[in-house]
Design a binder for this molecule. Structure first.
Ligand code: 3H9
Length: 702
């Protein structure tokens, strides 16, 4: 097998070229190839070495698929040592993304040149890891302690220009990287440049307390996570120990993180996210429809957020509202979205104005005659949505994709309102739509393959993480949310205080507790939906009575300043309200619910296993393609802690037999069919298989 690294002498320059598609990860043959090249260069006439990559990017990092397997020599730190120890100067030429171990390789070189469009970073923390090949020791030496901490604890790559300001890159060029790098190599050769070893530099000392403050900040921002804290420990080692000891300390922390369940969970999500983009039964050569102009119907929070999302990605957008007044409100919401981005420093005024300029408003359906995709985001009412689709059917050009942003409604019935159900699909955005990464792509019974393929690709183009779901009430995310929310309400009426429930879930890792989420979303939304149903279809009154009483007493959640909590009008800080505790006690008595102490462990198990049990049904019914898709939905759309890998991965890590035991225990305790275990859970637990085993079985392998 030919090596993915080739070494070639061009005059006095030894060129080491890595070619390991798609993203040049540092698999064993790449490590070996670089090492062999450096060794070969020792013997030849080269005066300067140039390391660069073929294809779309510089090295994107260690090969994550190798983690968890026995290590194969040469290990990356040894390869980087060889580069740095070279007696001939080594230049790294960076294009695309130099990430993780890839950037560490560049830092082991003596000089770095980058294309202006390139980005560099150490994203290991997103995999529950710390940089493990010298990054924690070299970055503080070049960029200082505080920049190093920010770079590594956020995991966010920085553009080449910023990297140059930080001292991480020496030169930035606008185009033709290879020519510029070769020219620089010749300059270095002629000038007999020295080998500038980062490891030989010193680290600035920061005042006492800086690291302690950083640790406390991370303890809040990255609650419960190991790797961010270990990054601070490693930087402290860089500050206090000689380079070789610092590197040894870094290795120790890296291995500790690598073996942690948190990293296993986050690596699972990395691959689950990429798997979710693939539709098993869609032929690879499925053609896509061209989409350049997008129509959005409804200028409410969702519609204007969706319009903003598309404009951000350079699409022309036509936003439709029923009348001038509503349209003005919708466009004002778009303006506010952009003003927010400018205020937060995400966009410059000019960029914001440019993107805002992509959106125009209309009140006439006829303006949608030429759009390639239209997304309906009107009020959640089936009849209304069907009317909108009938109208779209009449005005839109043949081949236009007609999408609904419904959260719950039956997409097949919406499609049936048109004469072209094959063009109809669900595109379920999450609020705020221009910020949240998740996009549920709902494949209806008759959705055409090319419509589905186009929408999955479009999702990626606008920076979302698209996950396909089939039609059912609430699709993947909201269908699972119902039993989760119901359990939260039941814990409340049975004796837990709102803060007990939310704090238990937040300490476990959820971004926000369920009652705080309900207050944020607005309690009136669920209330209105329930009012539209006959009483017998509203479910168990113990699970909604308190919310109803709150709404009827004007407590709609954050927007009215009070819901399950009261909110400080300035800080939006929540606090407990004795009036709510009174309401709960009264309603519990009225419904004859015996109250008791409920501890955090019970709250977490009830809420999380309610999610898991419903998730099991969802995979079994084929609503989700694979268990990992559910994990992606929950991690990106519902604030589920990434370091637990998503509800389905979490269930596997707990052990399905134990999950089943607990669910059966709840069934005995509450005597309620809601705790009937999903058949798939029973089957897997009885046969000692995990969900991961099940997903990999041939009948299902995708
Ligand atoms: C590390 O470096 C540790 C070191 O500090 C210490 C070591 C001792 N490994 O994302 P895409 C696959 S930790 C294996 O769709 P894009 C990916 O699964 C690593 N595979 O492309 C996909 O496969 P498939 C630190 C990887 O253009 C295909 O490549 N580095 C890896 O949208 C295309 O990927 C990172 O965390 C990998 N490292 O985005 C960077 N990376 O086609 C991780 C990708 O079968 N990578 N694959 O589904 C990325 O962030 C993105 O892939 C990148 C390109 C931005 C580079």
């Amino acid at each position: 097998m030919s090596s993915p690294v080739c070494y070639q002498l061009a005059d006095t320059i030894g060129i080491i070229r890595v070619d390991n598609p798609p993203v040049n990860v540092l698999s064993q043959p790449v490590r070996q190839g670089i090492l062999d090249a450096v060794r070969a260069a020792r013997q030849d006439a080269s005066e300067v070495l140039l390391l660069l990559c073929a294809g779309r990017t510089f090295i994107a990092g260690a090969d994550i698929t190798e983690f968890g397997k026995p290590p194969a020599a040469p290990l990356l730190p040894a390869v980087i040592d060889a580069l740095e120890d070279s007696e001939k100067p080594v230049v790294a030429a960076i294009h695309g993304t130099a990430l993780g171990g890839g950037f560490e390789v560049a830092l082991g070189c003596h000089y770095r040149i980058a294309l202006a469009s390139a980005r560099v970073g150490l994203p290991e923390v997103r995999l529950g890891l710390i940089p493990g090949a010298g990054g924690t020791q070299r970055v503080p030496r070049l960029a200082g302690v505080s920049a190093a901490l920010d770079l590594m604890s956020s995991g966010r790559p920085v553009p080449a220009g910023r990297a140059e300001e930080l001292g991480l890159v020496d030169r930035v060029v606008g185009e033709d990287l290879e020519a510029a790098a070769l020219a620089w190599c010749r300059e270095l050769a002629e000038g007999r440049a020295s080998c500038r070893r980062v490891s030989a530099q010193t680290v600035e000392r920061v005042p006492d307390g800086v690291l302690a403050d950083y640790r406390s900040m991370l303890a809040r921002r990255a609650r419960g996570q190991l790797a961010p804290q270990k990054i601070v420990d490693a930087v402290e080692a860089a500050m206090t120990l000689p380079f070789s000891d610092g590197v040894a300390r870094e290795r120790e922390y890296f291995l500790e993180c690598l073996q942690s369940p948190q990293s296993a969970a986050m690596r699972h999500l990395f691959f689950a996210e990429r798997a979710a983009a693939k539709i098993a039964d869609l032929p690879k050569d499925t053609l896509q429809r061209t989409v350049s102009r997008v129509g959005v119907i409804g200028g409410g929070t969702m519609g204007s957020g969706i319009a903003t999302s598309f404009a951000n990605a350079g699409f022309g957008v036509t936003l439709l509202e029923v009348d001038d007044e509503a349209l003005e409100r919708g466009l004002e919401t778009v303006d506010r979205n952009y003003a927010g981005s400018v205020k937060r420093g995400k966009l410059s005024e000019t960029e914001a104005a440019q993107r805002r300029g992509c959106i125009e408003g209309t009140t006439a359906y006829s303006s949608l005659a030429d759009v390639d995709l239209v997304i309906e985001a009107v009020f959640e009412n089936l009849g209304l949505k069907q009317e909108v689709f009938a109208e779209l059917d009449a005005v839109c050009k043949p081949g236009a994709i007609l999408a609904t942003n419904t959260s719950y409604q039956d997409v097949d019935r919406i499609a049936a309102a048109t004469r072209r159900p094959e063009d109809v699909i669900g595109l379920h955005f999450f609020s705020p739509a221009h910020v949240m990464k998740l996009l549920e792509v709902v494949r209806a019974e008759r959705t055409a393959d090319d419509v589905l393929a186009s929408c999955m690709a479009l999702g990626k183009k606008i920076g979302k993480i698209p996950v396909m779901a089939r039609v059912c009430y609430g699709f993947i995310g909201n269908r699972m949310l119902r039993p989760y929310m119901r359990e939260a309400q039941l814990c409340l009426i049975e004796g837990a205080k709102p803060a007990d429930i939310d704090t238990a879930m937040e300490q476990w890792g959820m971004a926000m507790g369920p009652l705080a989420v309900a207050d944020l979303a607005g309690l009136d939304v669920g209330y209105k939906a329930r009012q539209g149903l006959p009483v017998e279809q509203r479910g168990d009154p113990r699970a909604y009575r308190i919310a109803d009483v709150l709404v009827e007493s004007g407590r709609l959640g954050q927007k009215s300043g009070a819901g399950f909590y009261v909110y400080d009008p300035d800080t939006r800080q929540r606090s407990e309200d004795p009036a709510v505790l009174d309401i709960v006690a009264r309603e519990a008595a009225d419904l004859a619910v015996a109250r008791r102490e409920i501890d955090a462990g019970e709250i977490v198990d009830r809420l999380v296993y309610a999610l898991v049990n419903e998730g099991m049904r969802i995979v079994e019914e084929g609503i989700a393609q694979r268990p990992g898709d559910i994990d992606v939905v929950y991690a990106y759309g519902y604030g589920f802690p990434a370091f637990r890998g998503g509800p389905m991965f979490y269930a596997d890590t707990v052990g399905l037999d134990e999950v089943l035991d607990r669910i059966e225990g709840f069934r005995r305790q509450f005597g309620d069919p809601r705790w009937t275990p999903a058949p798939l859970l029973v089957e897997l637990a009885k046969t000692g298989r995990t969900l991961a085993d099940w997903a990999a079985e041939p009948a299902r392998s995708r």
